[in-house]
Design a binder for this molecule. Structure first.
Ligand SMILES: [Zn+2]
Length: 280
């Protein structure tokens, strides 16, 4: 029970290699998972699958595994409190690792009014928006097999955090969409650095309606960054970038009230908290 308590206590704290009594019996000949990371909503785990693992699944979904058996998992902002990681070892044998995912307390603001009036229907906006969404989805489907996901991430811009991931307004009981990234306030023109190695998968030279000049980087293993509201994009689609390389400049293109960088991270469909990747 000690190990179990350690997992549950891992609310946003780093967890080291695990030795859970609960699955040791199942593990016997094949070894164990090695896991480390931030095991909470919006967080992530890097791991090493036991020797002999043929396939890895998380709640039934296949998880990619590198040739050295390393892998990445990440947990959506609204992830359930538990998940089941399974290594299939062949001959019907499997190693089951239950994961406790600590809930977070998001900044929720109750607004005693109805939602702000949306813009009146605008067919031109809807048409553009559909094309922009399609471009973002197509970019996110690209996987260049990079290794950036293995690195400790760094902040793309140093500055005051002006908006935290996960914050949400609720309008008289109706939730608005939550804040999907971390905002860093910085003067227009400030250099934006690649938070980790990656490949450019989208560079919106024509500003998108909401994101403005948007730059997206694939860090491999289904993990990607989106850097929003840029004033300039300094790299092109298909280009490989190194962690710390200047890739864009801060701006306020798209829907922004002042110059800042909005940095989003996604692992497949899971929306993640950049603060848990790059530190406070
Ligand atoms: Zn933002």
């Amino acid at each position: 029970m000690i190990a179990r308590r350690r997992l549950l206590a891992g609310a946003g704290l780093a967890v080291g290699g695990l030795g859970l009594a609960g699955w040791r019996a199942l593990a016997a000949p094949a070894g164990e998972f090695v896991l480390s990371g931030r095991q909470c909503q919006g967080g992530w785990l890097r791991g090493l699958a036991p020797p002999g693992t043929r396939r890895l699944t998380l709640d039934g979904q296949v998880v990619a595994m590198a040739p050295d058996r390393a892998f990445l998992l990440a947990f959506d902002r609204d992830a359930a409190p538990g998940a089941r990681l399974v290594a299939e070892l062949g001959l019907g044998r499997e190693l089951v690792q239950p994961l406790a995912i600590a809930p977070r307390h998001w900044a929720i603001e109750q607004i005693p009014l109805g939602p702000p009036p949306g813009a009146p229907p605008n067919p031109e906006f809807e048409r553009r928006r559909a094309a922009e969404r399609a471009a973002i989805e197509a970019a996110r489907a690209l996987d260049h097999g990079g290794e950036g996901w293995r690195q400790p991430f760094r902040w793309p811009v140093a500055g005051r955090l002006s908006g935290h991931f996960g914050a949400q307004r609720i309008y008289r009981g109706t939730p608005g969409s939550f804040h999907s990234g971390a905002d860093v306030a910085a003067p227009a023109g400030t250099a934006i650095l690649a938070p980790a190695d990656g490949t450019v998968i989208l560079a919106a030279r024509e500003a998108f309606t909401l994101e403005g000049h948007l730059l997206m980087l694939d860090h491999g293993m289904g993990l990607n960054s989106a850097l929003l509201h840029c004033s300039a994009l300094l790299v092109d689609v298909g280009q490989k970038v190194r962690q710390g390389e200047v890739v864009a400049r801060v701006g306020m293109s798209g829907r922004a009230t002042g110059p800042h960088l909005h940095w989003s991270l996604k692992w497949h469909e899971a929306r993640l908290d950049p603060e848990l990747f790059a530190g406070a």
